[in-house]
Design a protein. Structure first.
Length: 194
């Protein structure tokens, strides 16, 4: 199984969530590290973000965090990472996370996770990248998102092919087969950013 070298994980920073989501974050961090895949994420130490990073570190993985100054000053950054980049804005953070990653995995999360997910989907639609995007529909969490995309297609705001911009899997253990099944990105470096 050939996996990406570096995977960006988008997920929530809340700790007031079901244990099933916490377990999914732990399993993903452990799974990435045990397969030698670097984790790139938002740099926090709380919520699912902290859990996925802690699990990857505990399993001997390399973890890169990217956090904006306005969040870092609240003292929520993770201090045990291989790399922690403190950047000037959310825009810089998101761009750097994309640049440092070969694929994206989305766990349950809130508005920030939704923002990051839609941005990376939009960039893929615009051919700014062609990296794999896998959404983990743990417990049916992202079913409304899939329904929304289908609704947008049905109403003519998206093309049917846009449903192929991402894959949805039911469980963390399915992430790795989904990533391995994706073709390697083929956009040449010169066309990476329009």
């Amino acid at each position: 199984m050939i996996l990406p070298n570096s995977v960006c994980v988008y997920c929530g920073a809340s700790s007031r969530v079901s244990d099933r989501y916490k377990k999914a974050a732990h399993d993903l961090g452990t799974g990435l590290a045990s397969r030698g895949v670097q984790l790139v994420y938002g740099g926090g130490r709380v919520g699912l973000m902290g859990i996925v990073a802690d699990a990857a570190i505990a399993a001997g993985g390399r973890v890169v965090g990217i956090i904006p100054e306005h969040i870092q000053v609240l003292e929520v950054e993770h201090t045990a990472l291989a790399e922690l980049h403190v950047v000037d804005s959310m825009h810089t953070r998101k761009r750097m996370m994309v640049d440092r990653s070969d694929a994206f995995v989305v766990l349950p999360g809130g508005l920030g996770t939704l923002d990051e997910t839609f941005e990376v989907l939009t960039w893929k639609q615009l051919r700014l990248h062609d990296k794999p995007i896998v959404i983990v529909d743990e417990g049916g969490y992202w079913a409304p998102l899939a329904g929304l995309v289908d609704h947008m297609i049905g109403e003519g705001f998206c093309q049917p092919g846009h449903r192929n911009l991402f894959r949805i899997v039911d469980r963390v253990e399915d992430v790795f087969d989904a990533l391995a099944a994706e073709p390697e990105p083929s956009l040449p470096p010169a066309s990476k950013w329009l």
